[in-house]
Structures are given as structure tokens and as C-alpha cells.
Design a protein around this ligand. Structure first.
Ligand code: 9MR
Length: 469
């Protein structure tokens, strides 16, 4: 493939990480994963920060705005305004959202901890139902229960455990599933990245939830690391969770350094970041990596760990650090193979071919599609980057493709998808209908499948065949 054509497939930015470098999100998507960040409401008024967030990342976790103390500050009174702002930013920038979180002992309003024991379950279920219903269709995943374990592997004796015993976790997951059946439901914790007592406890919990048929889709590994201390067992540990039939994700990555950070420290941090990214890429079922914050200036580390900081890929002025470059390289930047041919990260359980849609072999129109499928047991996500390779601007577009037999779209982003099976048309939304020559837009969808997780073999833009690659 010509270098110019390869470059056109990737969303590029000039100035943030050198001239016209591919972004983390385009590199990640080409590998079939996402690359996310955490954003708070306050971050949205920092235009330097949001310029980086909106171009480099394709997943957002609200830093605080979906937590109980914000969303239900008094019993039965809900406030979704701050969370809605984060979702609006994500939507406007083609990013998905990890909902964080529904049940957690911290950032919990005092009215919950003051409830009579007999009322805690009802309050928890009402909170989950109301919040998950409000964000139904807008979040890709929920951290349903956050940080349930003590470091020794015992369950935290918080208000939920004290009222309901360990069963509160299954109850929370079932309640969230009833409210938003399409959201991926996670348990999220720290100090479970490598093997050890706490990780073993999480593993046993997930195993037992799966055995009981409780809806659990994933485990989040927060990954708040100290420089040079990424566990050597991280890849194997994530893989054993994936083998239980759940997705895994790195949900809150940072790597703190004792200040001032030396250049040797920053080089070690680059190695640490690359290790984490490579670990995720090596694990079938690892769906993505999220950093906790955008840059060192908005990181939580300095306020929580005195004397430490410099924990992210961007410095205090939002300039990329060595960890950024190492992350991009780990995601395939600069490799000779075009980073747009990512196969699904899990092999579909059967090899039934699609019954329709002949492959495009001959003449293609003035469009190009790069697609990446990430599949698991009975679900998949497909990320599509659509590029206008013609010389005129496209004003309004419909992308046609045929889903493999057994696939049904359950939610999508950055386009309207209809119908949900068979020959689908994805139509632009108000903010992405214009595609300048050479311009790209990133869309995608989540679908269920019955064994064939193959991507469509042909795409048409306004009726004209696109090339794929
Ligand atoms: O980033 C969040 C920070 O703004 C809050 O002050 C803090 C309060 O606990 O929570 C931070 O986010 C946490 C996340 O929700 C769960 N894992 C640990 C994160 C860092 O504390």
C-alpha cells in the first residue's frame, strides 16, 4: 500500500506528537482495542486538555460525575447534569463511555451509610436502576461494583456487604442488567493486576458468578502503578480471567514517579506503559486500555501521594512524554505493516462463512473502509473508519454493508444503523455528515452473534463500492 494511502486511513494530528503522527485511538482501533482517558467536568473547560482528549482517545470514563455522591446526593433526588456533559463531549468526539460507577464504598453520600440495614438493598437497587436507565444506550460498559475487595482478598465490610453479605454483588449486577441489557457489566479494582491474594479472590468471585449465571461481562484492572513496578504476571493474570469467559480491560492506568522526574525515570515510565499495552494486546479478551486523566496537570496523583507525580503520558503542558511514544509504538506506530488489518482478537468459535455479500475485488469507488472486529463468546464490536478518497466533498453519507448470518446490532455510535440484521445502512449523524477529500470519520457498533463474528466483506458509500484495507 502506498504510504499516502496508508496515512489517509488513520486519523492524524499535527503538533501533539510530531508531524502528522497517527493518534493513539486510530492505532488502538486498528488493533481492535480502544484507548481511553478519564475526564472530569472541570477538565471540559480546559481547551488544551480537551484538544488532546478528543483526538487521541476514543473512550471516556467520567472521573467523578457518575458516582453516587454526584448522581443521587439525597435519597431519591437525582442529578445527571455533570455526567451528561461528559457523555455529550464523548459523543461529539466519536468516543464511547465507560460508566463509573454504580456501587462503591467511597464517594458515597452519608444518607446511604445512615440508612437502617433493612433499607440498603432497596436504595442500592433503586440507584442502579435509575442511573443505568438514564444512561441506557449511552454507555458501553458499567463498573457496577467498584473496589469490593480488601488487599488480603476479603470483601470490604462496607454498608452494602454489612446489609446483604457477599450477595450484594450478584444483586447489583442483575439489577444493572435488567436496566440496560446491552451495557457490559464490570467489576473493577486495584492491586489485582498481578497474581496474588486479592487477584485470586476476584478470580474466585468471577468464577462463582459465572457458574450461577449472574450477568458479568468484564473485570477492570485499575493499574495505578509505581514506576518500575508493573507486575510481571499481568499478562498471564488477565488471560486467566479472560479464560473464564469475561472481557478484561486496563481501566485507570497511571505510573507515578517520585518528583522531580529524571530522564531515566521517564524512560522507565515509557517501558512501563509499553509493557501494559503489550500485555493487553497479547490477551484475547482485553478490550482496551484507559489512562486515568489526560496529562500530569490533571492527574489525581500529586494530591493523593505527596511527592509523587508525572504519572501520565503528557506533561504539565500537555506535550507528549516518552511514555506516549512508547505507547504508540507498542500499538504498532511505525511498523511496516499497515495498522489497519487487525483481525478479531478472539477467534470466532465457528468458521461458518457469511451467506451474503460478495467480497470487493474489482473497481472501488472513492471511499475506503478500515474495519476492526473485537469478538468474544457471543458478542462483538466493530470499529469502522470511513475515508473519502475522492476529490470532492461528500455531503451526507450512507454506508451499506451486510452483517454475517446470526449477527444483530444492539447499539452503535456516530451513525444511525438500520435495520439491525442483514443488509444494514449506517447513516451519518448531524455532526459527521461532511467528509472532505481525504477526510475520515470513525463509527462503529456492538452486535451479538451466534458463532460467526466475521466483519462484512463489502461496503458501499452512497451506493458505490468502497475498497477495504
Ligand atoms: O480521580 C478521582 C478523584 O478526582 C477523586 O478525588 C477520587 C476520590 O476517591 O477518586 C478518583 O478516582 C478513583 C476512581 O474513581 C476509582 N479508583 C481510584 C481512583 C483514584 O482515586
Amino acid at each position: 500500500m502506498a504510504a499516502a494511502a496508508a496515512a489517509a486511513l488513520l486519523v492524524s494530528t499535527v503538533g501533539q506528537a510530531g508531524a502528522a503522527s497517527p493518534t493513539l485511538r486510530s492505532l488502538a482501533e486498528a488493533k481492535g482495542i480502544y484507548f481511553g482517558t478519564a475526564l472530569t467536568q472541570g477538565n471540559l473547560s480546559n481547551s488544551t486538555l480537551t484538544a488532546v482528549a478528543g483526538t487521541q482517545f476514543d473512550m471516556v470514563t467520567p472521573g467523578n460525575e457518575m458516582k453516587w455522591d454526584t448522581t443521587e446526593p439525597s435519597n431519591g433526588t437525582y442529578n445527571f447534569g455533570p455526567g451528561d456533559q461528559i457523555v455529550a463531549f464523548a459523543t461529539a468526539h466519536g468516543m464511547r463511555v465507560r460508566g463509573h460507577n454504580l456501587v462503591w464504598h467511597s464517594q458515597l453520600p452519608s444518607w446511604v451509610t445512615s440508612l437502617p440495614t433493612s433499607q440498603v438493598q432497596g436504595a442500592m437497587e433503586a440507584h442502579i436502576t435509575t442511573e443505568a436507565t438514564h444512561y441506557k444506550g449511552q454507555v458501553y460498559a458499567w463498573d457496577v461494583v467498584n473496589e469490593p475487595f480488601n488487599d488480603d482478598g476479603s470483601l470490604r465490610q462496607d454498608v452494602f456487604y454489612n446489609a446483604m453479605g457477599s450477595g450484594y454483588i450478584a444483586d447489583a449486577l442483575r439489577t444493572a442488567h435488567a436496566a440496560d441489557p446491552n451495557a457490559k457489566l464490570y467489576l473493577n479494582d486495584y492491586n489485582i493486576e498481578g497474581t496474588g491474594a486479592k487477584s485470586n479472590a476476584m478470580y474466585s468471585l468471577v468464577q462463582s458468578l459465572k457458574a450461577q449465571g449472574v450477568p458479568i461481562d468484564g473485570v477492570g484492572f485499575e493499574s495505578h502503578f509505581i514506576l518500575g513496578q508493573v507486575p510481571s504476571t499481568m499478562q498471564a493474570n488477565m488471560q486467566r480471567f479472560a479464560a473464564l469467559g469475561v472481557n478484561v480491560a486496563v481501566t485507570e492506568l497511571d505510573d507515578r514517579i517520585q518528583l522531580p522526574a529524571s530522564s531515566a525515570n521517564l524512560a522507565q515510565q515509557a517501558t512501563d506503559y509499553a509493557t501494559v499495552v503489550k500485555d493487553c494486546l497479547a490477551v484475547s479478551g482485553c478490550v482496551g486500555v484507559s489512562q486515568w486523566g489526560v496529562g500530569d496537570a490533571d492527574s489525581w496523583i500529586p494530591s493523593a501521594f505527596s511527592g509523587y507525580g508525572a504519572a501520565t503520558m503528557y506533561d504539565n503542558n500537555y506535550q507528549p512524554k516518552p511514555a506516549y511514544t512508547a505507547t504508540a509504538t507498542a500499538l504498532g506506530s511505525g511498523s511496516t505493516a499497515p495498522p489497519t488489518t487487525a483481525p478479531p482478537t478472539t477467534t470466532p468459535p465457528t468458521t461458518t462463512p457469511p451467506t451474503t455479500a460478495p467480497p470487493t475485488t474489482g473497481a472501488a469507488g472513492s471511499c475506503k473502509v478500515a474495519n476492526a472486529v473485537n469478538a468474544w463468546n457471543n458478542g462483538l464490536t466493530e470499529n469502522i473508519t470511513l475515508t473519502n478518497t475522492g476529490s470532492s466533498t461528500v455531503n451526507g453519507w450512507s454506508l451499506g454493508f451486510t452483517l454475517a448470518a446470526g449477527q444483530t446490532i444492539t447499539s452503535g455510535w456516530n451513525a444511525a444503523y438500520t435495520p439491525s440484521t442483514g443488509a444494514v445502512t449506517a447513516t451519518n449523524l448531524s455532526y459527521n455528515g461532511t467528509l472532505a477529500p481525504g477526510g475520515s470519520t470513525a463509527i462503529g457498533f456492538q452486535a451479538t452473534h451466534t458463532g460467526n463474528a466475521s466483519a462484512p466483506t463489502a461496503y458501499t458509500l452512497n451506493g458505490v463500492a468502497c475498497s477495504i484495507g
